[in-house]
Design a protein around this ligand. Structure first.
Ligand code: PMP
Ligand code: GLN
Length: 384
């Protein structure tokens, strides 16, 4: 009897490096500074609000676009932070996480054969999302070691088939951020073209040293062609809740919702009810930058006693380190070896390049308790 043969849509994709390194860390009992998630507790108040919502009976489907009061409070937040008016009814959709928001935006826009400009190192879901939609990733390396965009190269790679440019600020894994001058370059490239923009801003509040977050939402003239993706998991230290949102123009959002309604349809109701109340206190997000910057600086202080050399990080949960004073091993081998021999897990940055480009740098997540960072540093100091 004939049996079906699956033809993989993603033949070259294995298990994501985050799972690989977290599993290795768990197996070996290593300190896990690899996968990006906090190990400190989330807000008790937010937990009580969600618990209260369940007890108050908010346990049935929410509206497919998301719980109304949550979208309203998000529109208020966007108005106060980014000085723009976003209509909560037509321009915001709550999603099960930032990853889903990104995937849905791409599925909404892309047709087979479209070209998509992706900067590498790239968050690991971007290129597979492009490929699953039958589109073609056009890869451009961010400039090592500051990881800024080379806009002249972007101009050279734009063709009549270019459909989308994918951005991420603050950037995972490098901690680089887009500056207003980058946006001016972007504007001049997309002007009078059919090019869409996706900007991943899941680390919007994690920008340091007093620098502003250059959100695409600040630029109404770009919003007619943009989707911007966010994650509550990253903002409120609850990555396991998998809740986020997408913001776009009314026209683009209408199409996004057509894809969304037949995929997840609506998201976990009590979390949305709890978040709607929690977000009315602006301090819950305004305090994040100082809180995480303190961790970044604390970790940097500890790491100064090791042979790792930091690259600058202006945002996100992450700090890259070169290890050229320790070894010239490929980064994947090095990460696995220090997890096994010294008990600290990191992420090799080559995993963020399709061709495995290896600048011999590893990524550390500093969104951890001070004691976790101290324990890691005590072990890393022993490497020479
Ligand atoms: N984009 C980037 C750059 C991320 O680092 C993450 C975090 N894992 C996401 C998107 C996904 O967020 P979520 O966990 O809400 O899906
Ligand atoms: N964003 C997280 C990171 O970069 C991990 C999310 C995931 O495991 N997919 O580490």
């Amino acid at each position: 009897m004939a049996s079906p043969t699956i033809v993989s849509k993603l033949p070259d994709v294995g298990t994501t490096i985050f799972t690989v390194m977290s599993s290795l860390a768990a197996e070996l009992g290593a300190v896990n500074l690899g996968q990006g998630f906090p190990d400190f507790p989330m807000s008790e108040e937010l937990v009580s609000l969600v618990d209260g919502a369940m007890r108050d009976g908010y346990n049935q489907y929410a509206h497919m676009n998301g719980w109304g009061p949550l979208r309203e409070v998000l529109a208020e937040k966007i108005a106060s932070l980014y000085h723009t008016t976003i209509n909560p009814d037509t321009q915001i959709t709550i999603t099960p996480g930032g990853t889903y928001a990104i995937y849905t935006a791409l599925t909404t826009i892309l047709r087979p054969g479209d070209e998509v400009i992706v900067f590498e190192p790239a968050y690991d879901s971007y290129i597979p999302n492009v490929v699953t939609n039958g589109a073609i990733p056009v890869r451009i390396d961010l400039r090592f070691p500051d990881y800024r965009v080379d806009w002249d190269e972007v101009r050279r790679k734009v063709t009549p088939r270019t459909r989308l440019i994918m951005l991420n600020t603050p950037h995972n894994p490098t901690g680089a951020i887009l500056r207003p001058e980058d946006i001016e370059q972007l504007k001049s490239i997309v002007k009078d073209t059919g090019i869409f923009i996706h900007c991943d801003e899941v680390y919007e509040h994690l920008v340091y040293d007093g620098l502003p977050h250059t959100s695409i939402l600040r630029y109404p003239e770009l919003m007619e062609r943009s989707f911007v993706s966010f994650s509550f998991g990253k903002v409120y230290h609850c990555t396991g809740w998998k809740l986020g949102y997408s913001v776009s123009s009314p026209e683009l959002m209408r199409e996004f919702r057509k894809v969304h309604q037949f995929n997840c349809f609506s998201c976990h109701t009590p979390s949305q009810v709890g978040l709607a109340k929690f977000l009315t206190n602006k301090e819950t997000y305004l305090s994040l930058s100082a809180f995480l910057q303190k961790k970044r600086d604390f970790f940097a202080g500890l790491m100064a006693a090791t042979k790792f050399t930091p690259l600058p990080s202006f945002g996100s949960y992450f700090q890259l380190y070169k290890y050229d004073r320790i070894s010239d091993e490929p980064d994947r081998d090095f990460s696995i070896r220090i997890t096994r021999e010294y008990g600290v897990a990191t992420i090799p940055v080559s995993a963020f390049y399709i061709d495995g480009k290896d600048d011999r740098v590893v990524r550390f997540c500093f969104a951890k308790k001070e004691e976790t960072l101290e324990k890691a540093a005590e072990r890393l100091i022993k490497i020479n």
